[in-house]
Design a protein around this ligand. Structure first.
Ligand code: NAD
Length: 410
């Protein structure tokens, strides 16, 4: 390890202190993960060098997780991996195989829960040269803040005809008989419980607002289904607006409920089904989106598809209070592509650019994004993108990485 390396730390005032040679843990990932890592690491290092010369450099530290960890350590997510990420704060990962029949339901969920990474952040923008199913994909430029710890994902479910489901129904009948009568087929119903809290909502909406303010975004849209789920999704909306008034001095526009911040930022809301129409019909009206876990899942895939970027969209899971953040390729392990030097590393690279921004290395992030955009626009792309457009040159994973480096500023 470079003897000038240091760890990133969270200062008491809530800011990251990032040394010039920060130790950043990375998980290579399973399946196509190694192909992607091998091609991406030189690109990330070159982007940092192009922005800062020899002054700054990432000191990568490999951590084990997934199949590789299971094969060598007998654990899908070794404690050492969690401990190192906890200590180093910021990390990046490739795709991980979901263990079948193991004790862990999903490694991604385990990482999110273990570090309380309450924001799933997904920027969605169009890259010139990507084939999209809509006429004006360039009008999409949104950043989705999806709540990551609550909602139906909390995993409180009782399967139909189980003793638990029967117990739950009996309790409901006893305590709230008027509600129990609303269940049409009680004895063959499964049940799911959806917790949505004020604290969980506030920390997510606060992060979305701060992001919008720091990045001069024009609006934050709270996306919910509060017309039906009044005390969960409806409260999400109300708590979001309350927070904007209380902590940021936002005031009503006309009769409300939309609010305007002193700097001009607008906070508004939209019911989720209408939002799915909005993103097709008026995408330019939405900029930062704050939403609940399940809505966020639907909306981020729909938006990524709209810009043709479902396979190349980046993502991050962040706790803005502790500073913990894991940046990740959003696709799976693509086992059929593993070891063939054909996988597209763009999702991982754009996640790396998000990570560089998160640690305040914006010039390096911008250089990486611009070089990737230029490479795609030039028609030199990996097979998944080449097959969608005529006249493109198909490059292998590593060659695509080299092409991106050739587009970095000298
Ligand atoms: P997948 O994303 O691996 O594959 C879906 C399709 O997309 C396949 O045709 C694949 O070839 C293609 N694809 C994916 N990544 C690509 C890339 N970088 N370049 C070119 N083409 C790419 O999804 P899956 O097949 O449902 O899942 C495979 C495994 O990955 C499972 O074990 C699943 O649990 C896991 N998974 C992990 C993550 C993660 O770690 N974030 C996410 C989703 C799935």
């Amino acid at each position: 390890m470079n003897d000038r390396s240091e760890k990133i730390v969270m200062l008491p005032q809530g800011e990251l202190r990032v040394p010039n040679f920060p130790v950043i843990p990375h998980i290579v990932g399973d399946g196509c993960g190694p192909d992607i890592w091998e091609a991406s690491r030189p690109v990330i290092d070159a982007a940092v060098q192009s922005a800062y010369g020899a002054e700054r450099r990432i000191i990568w530290r490999e951590l084990l997780a997934g199949q590789k960890a299971y094969d060598t350590r007998g654990a899908w997510l070794p404690e050492e991996t969690m401990a190192t990420i906890r200590e180093c704060l910021v990390g990046i990962k490739g795709p991980l195989t979901t263990p079948v029949g193991g004790g862990i339901r999903s490694l991604n969920v385990a990482l999110r829960q273990g570090l309380d990474l309450y924001c799933c952040v997904r920027p969605v923008r169009y890259f010139d040269g990507i084939v999209s199913p809509v006429k004006h994909p360039e009008k999409v430029d949104m950043v989705i803040f999806r709540e990551n710890t609550e909602d139906i994902y909390a995993g409180i479910e009782f399967s139909a005809e189980s003793a638990e489901a029967r117990d739950f129904y009996m309790w409901l009948q006893k305590k709230h008989p008027e509600r129990a009568t609303k269940i049409r087929f009680p004895y063959s119903s499964g049940f799911g419980i959806k917790p949505v809290s004020r604290e969980g909502t506030e920390r997510l909406v606060r992060a979305a607002i701060l992001y919008a303010l720091q990045n001069n975004r024009p609006s934050v849209t709270l996306v919910h289904k509060g017309n039906i789920m009044k005390f969960t999704e409806g409260s999400f909306r109300d708590w979001g607006y309350e927070l904007a008034r209380r902590e940021f001095g936002a005031s009503p526009i006309g009769n409300g409920p939309w609010l305007r911040f002193p700097c001009g930022l607008v906070i508004k809301d939209c019911i989720c089904d209408a939002f799915l129409q909005e993103i097709l019909l008026h995408p330019a009206d939405h900029s930062v989106v704050a939403t609940l876990n399940l809505n966020g899942d639907y909306c981020s895939d729909a938006l990524a598809a709209q810009v043709g970027g479902i396979g190349i969209s980046p993502g991050a899971n962040i706790n803005y209070v502790t500073g913990h953040a894991i940046f990740e390729a959003t696709h799976g392990t693509a086992p059929a592509l593993a070891g063939k030097d054909v996988a597209n590393p763009s999702s991982f690279l754009l996640s790396a650019a998000m990570m560089l921004r998160y640690i305040g290395w914006d010039p390096a992030a911008g250089a990486l994004e611009e070089a990737l955009a230029k490479t795609i626009a030039s028609g030199q792309v990996t097979a998944d993108l080449a097959e969608q457009r005529s006249g493109a040159t198909t490059l292998g994973t590593r060659a695509f990485g080299k092409a991106i480096i050739s587009h970095l500023p000298a």
